[in-house]
Design a protein around this ligand. Structure first.
Ligand code: I3P
Length: 315
């Protein structure tokens, strides 16, 4: 593995990438041609999540930026690595890193095993029927940016009061997004995809019914639909068994987390990613991830979503 620390040039590139490169758009033409990172970035893409917060670190790993003073994801990964039921179902977690007063975690880059970018395709599926932490319920601060995002999706959605204020709470926005997509009804939603050949697609906000989802999955799998859907269904069934046997899942709500699906001409796979909002629940609560959420029960609908994803993907 070639570490950036050994290469001053690449260190600068990493710094630039973290500061301003939108890896999403692959805006890397200004980077030095001879740098390892350029080649690395060609084979890598950040599909979803806050832009520019994840960058390649070594040939097999990524650094993911962590919010200041927030160790939720690092702690979650530490516990997941010790949970034998979940072995192989998530990226491997290596360590926490402090770099120039910023915190990162180093995790396995799942795309590294799928280097053929012309035949590779990736899909991020946000899992769970609740996509926000319970703490949002008490958060009454109103945001203009979320109002704007809501109106962009559906101009008829705001109430007269919201129109006057042009601002809504995060809870209001997140629940609107759940209802507008398949999160509320099916317990998962398609967030983003990269199709074979590299085309990025992020316009899935209104993919809502099981039929819409099925059609989108079929288009994503393209001419690999038969083989890949069988492999993926098998993998998702194994994932469900792993979760049902997991000690981590019994005691943690797993909110805003995704299942990442990757396939190429040879193989396919699915992994659980994004544990930034995976928090331990009070000791007297044991989660089953299928019950409906009400404030205080911390249920996230993760298994409810996975059940439906398995059913929908029976192609
Ligand atoms: C965003 C999405 C993100 C969420 C973000 C939302 O909505 O739900 O997961 O970040 O909240 O705006 P959309 O997909 O419609 O763009 P968190 O997961 O960190 O809550 P934010 O605006 O507070 O960052």
């Amino acid at each position: 593995m070639r570490m950036l620390e050994n290469d001053e040039n690449c260190q600068n590139v990493l710094k630039n990438a973290l500061l301003k490169v939108s890896v999403d758009t692959m805006a890397i033409t200004a980077l030095p041609l001879d740098c390892w990172l350029k080649e690395r970035l060609k084979k890598w893409v950040q599909l979803s999540g806050h832009e520019g917060t994840i960058v390649p670190a070594t040939n097999q790993t990524l650094w993911k930026k962590q919010p200041a003073d927030n160790v939720i994801e690092a702690k979650a990964y530490e516990k997941i690595m010790k949970d034998s039921a979940l072995k192989g179902m998530t990226p491997k977690y290596y360590k926490e890193i402090e770099h120039k007063n910023e915190s990162f975690i180093e995790i396995q880059d799942l795309l590294a095993d799928f280097p053929n970018t012309s035949s590779r395709a990736i899909m991020d599926i946000k899992i769970g029927s609740r996509t926000f932490l319970e703490s949002e319920v008490a958060n009454s601060s109103k945001r203009k940016d979320l109002y704007k995002k809501m109106v962009d999706i559906d101009p008829n959605e705001p109430t007269e009061e919201e129109k006057a204020e042009e601002a809504i709470t995060k809870l209001r926005y997140m629940q609107f997004r759940e209802r507008e997509s398949s999160s509320a009804s099916l317990g998962f939603r398609i967030e983003a995809a990269q199709l074979p050949g590299g085309k990025l697609q992020k316009s899935f906000k209104k993919v809502k019914t099981a039929d819409n989802v099925l059609q989108t999955l079929k288009e994503f799998l393209g001419d690999r639909v038969e083989k890949a859907s069988k492999e993926l269904e098998q993998r998702l069934r194994e994932m469900r068994t792993s979760i049902e046997n997991s000690t981590f899942f019994k005691s943690h709500e797993v909110v805003g987390s995704s299942i990442l699906i990757i396939y190429d001409e040879e193989k396919s796979g699915a992994w659980m990613i994004d544990f930034a909002k995976s928090k331990q629940v009070p000791e007297d609560i044991q989660l089953n991830h299928r019950r409906e959420w009400e404030v205080g029960n911390h249920e996230d609908g993760y298994l409810h979503g996975l059940d439906n994803l398995i059913d929908v993907s029976l192609i």
